[in-house]
Design a protein around this ligand. Structure first.
Ligand code: ATP
Ligand code: MG
Length: 385
């Protein structure tokens, strides 16, 4: 009896990465092991695939879990047998009989060049056995059942079912970003997109108690707990922002308050990023979404830092962002009502095209430096894992 005992993990984009490939695969191997730590399975790393030995576990929950791991292109539920043509014939027939459909195609890949038969020869041996022993017909263009046979060094894999992976790169291979997390819909989605690209994140949040409530922090923790699926341990830095925000509102015209507030956020984020060894900042900003996200606003705000700012949602429509937030299950948390430091102080008519010269002029009316240092020295850290 042959059975589907393994999940084969394919890398995709990774395969093209030359000399980094080994590190990437090792990172992915560790990430997979961590993702499956609650299951009694065995993870094996081979030259260009990783295999998960199911050890009697049901495959579906394991596939579901693996579909969240970035750096995986595709997954297949596979049977591993000996490199022996009699076994291949027998097992192919046995496994295809489990499938539903009227037509089939056999697809053979032979990476083990020591195996005495070529791919086409294997196909020409296996297909007639299926034709003779089942009611299935061959359809090479659009078969109901695609029976894959892959002859590798350690054995031959037979499989029918494949599943898409998350794509991207393994978490951790692309360094670290200081991510600005607000509790809205966009910033958790942006965080997920960073992680998917292999970037580990730390989060920075600006809190303005008593204007903002403690409930926002619980909301952030809930959001990050959802994101733990993609990054098991996330550091959240909560920056006390009240004094800075009050100083801005006391010293600048209302229409420039959002611009100055966001310039302060960027200053704080880039200093913390440097301190925490994050070469970049990331945010959930999306072009044109609100007054502070017009191109002119972004330019005036971004001027305070030379740290690169990555905005994964920059060109996405709100509906696309919402769709992703539902996929990663953060949407329902994000829409919980709460008072954000932005919403509290939202002016009636924020500038959509704030001028850099004016922003600088209004900033000069107060010495923010000591407040910035005070905020940075009073950060509260939470680890969400
Ligand atoms: P979101 O849905 O992510 O809250 P938004 O559409 O409400 O985004 P803004 O409030 O202008 O837009 O914020 C834009 C981005 O700035 C956010 O995605 C986030 O990265 C960052 N940001 C805004 N407010 C905060 C905050 N209080 N703390 C940390 N980052 C923030
Ligand atoms: Mg927001």
């Amino acid at each position: 009896m042959v059975s589907y005992d393994y999940v084969m993990v394919r890398f995709g984009e990774l395969s093209t990465k030359g000399k980094n490939k080994k590190d990437f695969i090792h990172t992915l191997f560790l990430n997979i092991k961590h993702a499956l730590k609650d299951y009694d399975v065995k993870v094996e790393s081979r030259f260009d695939h990783i295999y998960v030995y199911l050890n009697g576990n049901e495959y579906q929950p394991i596939i579901d879990r693996l579909q969240d791991v970035s750096g995986i292109q595709g997954l297949s539920l596979v049977a591993r047998i000996e490199n022996d043509i009699e076994k291949i014939k027998e097992s192919s027939l046995e496994l295809i009989k489990l499938e539903e459909g009227k037509t089939f195609k056999v697809k053979v890949k032979r990476s083990n060049k020591k195996f005495p038969l070529h791919s086409e020869e294997i196909t020409r041996i296996v297909a007639p056995v299926i034709l003779k022993n089942t009611n299935l017909k061959v359809d090479v263009h659009n078969p109901d059942i695609l029976l894959n046979i892959e002859v590798r060094d350690e054995g031959t894999y037979i499989f029918v079912k494949t599943f898409p992976g998350a794509g991207g790169y393994p978490l951790g291979v692309a360094g670290k970003s200081m991510h600005m997390l607000s509790g809205g819909i966009d910033s958790p989605v942006a965080a997920y997109l960073m992680m998917k690209r292999g970037v580990t994140i730390e989060c920075i949040h600006f809190a303005s108690p008593p204007y903002t409530q403690e409930a926002v922090i619980y909301k952030l923790i809930d959001l990050l707990t959802k994101l733990n699926r993609y990054q098991p341990r996330i550091r959240l830095h909560i920056v006390p922002f009240t004094k800075i925000q009050e100083a801005i509102y006391d010293n600048a015209p209302e229409s420039y308050c959002i611009t100055l507030m966001r310039r302060m956020m960027y200053r704080l984020a880039s200093r913390l990023a440097r301190r925490r060894n994050c070469p970049v900042i990331s945010t959930g900003e999306s072009v044109g979404q609100v007054a502070s996200q017009t191109l002119q606003s972004m330019a005036t705000i971004n001027e305070v830092t030379s740290t690169p700012v990555i905005r994964p949602c920059a060109t996405m429509d709100k509906l696309e962002i919402i769709k992703l937030s539902k996929k990663i299950d953060t949407y329902d948390i994000s829409i919980r009502p709460y008072e954000d430091c932005c919403t509290i102080f939202t002016p009636k008519a924020p500038k959509t095209a704030p001028k850099l010269e004016e922003a600088k002029e209004y900033e000069e009316k107060f010495d923010y430096e000591s407040l910035i240092n005070e905020a940075l020295n009073n950060i509260e850290v939470k680890i969400i894992e």
